[in-house]
Structure formats: structure tokens, C-alpha cells
Design a protein around this ligand. Structure first.
Ligand SMILES: [Zn+2]
Ligand SMILES: [Zn+2]
Length: 351
């Protein structure tokens, strides 16, 4: 089969690799019909080359079940499915508490090794994928939806939703969302659905801010106006009730802490590829009695509540798609996405 294969920094190639095969009775093989390039794929594109190469990239994908192992109970050949970006076994200590990201069965090599698109778990930017523990990690696409409408429950839609959830966004809140990319867009939508009175959308990109305004947010470009002043104006001088960092930039965590009021809540769902981030612990966090939470998404916990919102038209995740191209042009997709050319927000690839 063909896939977008990792060879190192800025060196992904569309090439032939071995077809995926059932290795374990709980596996399924999914024939990929649609897959997307994620902002976190760019960490491998830009990052230092890994010692191992030759694996398929990608963790946002869906398609048709082609084969299932003998122990798979809930899926069979022909089912239309999307796949959780993070795979869990469903029965280890963490999975049994629904903390699939910490699965000790599938990630014994450490964090993230149970996210598709790594040497241990080849990804979905390919014609086919082996999905371990299929009953835990596959989700049936409702008949009323196209695959593309459900595609983003694999990662970025639940990530944005989790941003609003961790920041406890509720009725009447003024919320600041840092970032109007795919995750920021969905954090804004989730905040609106959860009853926010106002959502301030922050970005440096005018095209992205215009889209945020169209969806009812208050756009702010901090290079042109003072964000904190604007938030204080909106909140009678108190500060925002909640803020969501949806970009993955350390300085924005500090800005998020700065814009919330006493007792405010900040969530960090933008992936920050750094181990240390300086924070104003006393003046910002402790003196404000605020809550700071962060996490990587576990789509399994969100899919069943997101699909009905899509089916009923409260959410249209396809709003973020700006580019569609065949998988064989996927390297070009990475180049456009990495360079932020052509007002790109999301690239969807079709094998
Ligand atoms: Zn992703
Ligand atoms: Zn597990």
C-alpha cells in the first residue's frame, strides 16, 4: 500500500510499504478513505530527525473496516468508522479509569507511543492501518453523516472541546481562546455551545480572525490592540472567567493566566513541545486562586457526545477544511501547511 512515510526532518515521502495485517485477535484493519494533516504532525516535520524511520505518519483518519481479529466484538467488515488518535487497550489500570492516553499496554515505551503515526503504531496517512483493540478505538460513523463530517472527532474536535471543559466554561462566562487554528476554532465553538456570554478569539492572522468573527466571536489581534485592556472592558474591570491556550506557545500560557480574573480557570490544550515553561506562580496563579489545567486528548471520552451535535447541525467540523488533495500529493500538503501558505487551516487527504 501507499503511505506518507517518515524519513526525517522535512523528509516525508509517498511510497509503498507492506500492507497492514491482523497481528492480535483484538485488531482491525481499516481501509482509509479520508485522513488529515494535524498541527502536531508538524512537530515531526520540523523536529530533529528520529533514529527510526520508515513508518506512516498521521493520526486523524477514518474509512471502512476491511478485516477484524477473532476477538473483536462490535465491528465487522464493511463498517464505516473513524479512529481515536490515541489508542487504549480498555483494561489496564489507566484505561479502566478512561485515561486512555496513559495506557500501559500500548505505551510501555513512554508517552505518545500510543498515538498513531510512530514506529510502534504506524499512522493513517496511508491506504490502510492496523488498529489495535478495535472495540475501544473505533467509532461507527452514524448513517446520517458523511465520513468527512465525523473525521475530526479523531483528535482536534475533542481537543478543542476538552479545552472548554478543562476551563469549566459555563453559562454567562467571558472566555478568551488563544488561537484560531483548528483546535482554537473548536474550543470557541464548544465555549459557545456551553453557554459563554462572549468568546474573545485571539490570533495574529487576519484571515483567521475574520473567520472567528463570522462564528460570533470577538476577534482580537494582540499586535494591533491591547488584549488585556479589551478583556477588562468586557468584564467591568475584572478579567475573563476562563481562558484556553489552543496554540502550543509557552508565552501564551502566561498571557492566559494574565487575562483571567481572580478565581479564573485556564486550560492548555495546544501541544507545547517543551518540558519547561516559566510561569508566574505567585503573582499569577497563587495570588489569583486560579485553576490551571492541561492535557492531551482522549477522544474515546468525547465521541459519543460530539456525534449528536454534528448530526443535529449544532457543529459543522468541516468548516475548517481549506484544502483537499489526493494522498499522493500529501508531501505538498505538508509543505503548504508548514509554510502557512494559501490561508491554510486544514488539509484533508484522500487515498
Ligand atoms: Zn491531530
Ligand atoms: Zn490500557
Amino acid at each position: 500500500m501507499k503511505g506518507i512515510i517518515y524519513h526525517g526532518q522535512h523528509d516525508f515521502r509517498v511510497e509503498e510499504v507492506a500492507d497492514p495485517a491482523i497481528q492480535h485477535p483484538h485488531d482491525a484493519i481499516v481501509r482509509v478513505e479520508e485522513t488529515a494533516i494535524c498541527g502536531s504532525d508538524l512537530h515531526l516535520w520540523h523536529g530533529e530527525s528520529l533514529p527510526v524511520d520508515g513508518f506512516a505518519m498521521g493520526h486523524e483518519f477514518g474509512g471502512i473496516v476491511e478485516d477484524v481479529g477473532s476477538a473483536v466484538a462490535h465491528f465487522r467488515k464493511g463498517d464505516r468508522v473513524v479512529v481515536s488518535c490515541t489508542a487504549g487497550c480498555g483494561h489496564c489500570s489507566f484505561c479502566s479509569r478512561k485515561l486512555y492516553g496513559g495506557c500501559t499496554t500500548l505505551a510501555p515505551a513512554g508517552p505518545y507511543t500510543n498515538v498513531f503515526g510512530n514506529p510502534l503504531l504506524p499512522g493513517g496517512q496511508a491506504e490502510g492501518v492496523r488498529v489495535p483493540w478495535a472495540d475501544i478505538n473505533l467509532f461507527r460513523v452514524p448513517e446520517s453523516l458523511g465520513l468527512e463530517q465525523a473525521l475530526f472527532v479523531t483528535d482536534i474536535l475533542p481537543t478543542g472541546t476538552m479545552g472548554a471543559e478543562l476551563a469549566e466554561v459555563g453559562f454567562g462566562d467571558v472566555v478568551v481562546v488563544f488561537g484560531c487554528g483548528p483546535v482554537g476554532t473548536f474550543a470557541q465553538r464548544a465555549s459557545q455551545i456551553r453557554g459563554a456570554a462572549a468568546v474573545v478569539a485571539v490570533d495574529l492572522h487576519e484571515g483567521r480572525l475574520a473567520r472567528a468573527k463570522e462564528r460570533g466571536c470577538i476577534p482580537v489581534n494582540p499586535s494591533r490592540e491591547d488584549l488585556k485592556e479589551r478583556v477588562l472592558e468586557l468584564t467591568h474591570g475584572e478579567g475573563a472567567d476562563a481562558a484556553v491556550e489552543a496554540v502550543g506557545v509557552p508565552a501564551l500560557v502566561r498571557d492566559a493566566i494574565d487575562v483571567v480574573r481572580h478565581g479564573g480557570r485556564v486550560s492548555v490544550v495546544g501541544v507545547i513541545p517543551a518540558d519547561e515553561v516559566p510561569l508566574p506562580i505567585m503573582s499569577g496563579v497563587m495570588a489569583k486562586n486560579m485553576t490551571l489545567r492541561a492535557g492531551l486528548v482522549t477522544p474515546q471520552n468525547h465521541v459519543q457526545s460530539l456525534l449528536p451535535l454534528i448530526e443535529q447541525g449544532r457543529l459543522d467540523p468541516t468548516e475548517i477544511i481549506t484544502h483537499r488533495m489526493p494522498l499522493c500529493d500529501g508531501v505538498k500538503g505538508y509543505e503548504v501547511f508548514a509554510a502557512r501558505e494559501e490561508d491554510v487551516l486544514k488539509v484533508v487527504l484522500t487515498p
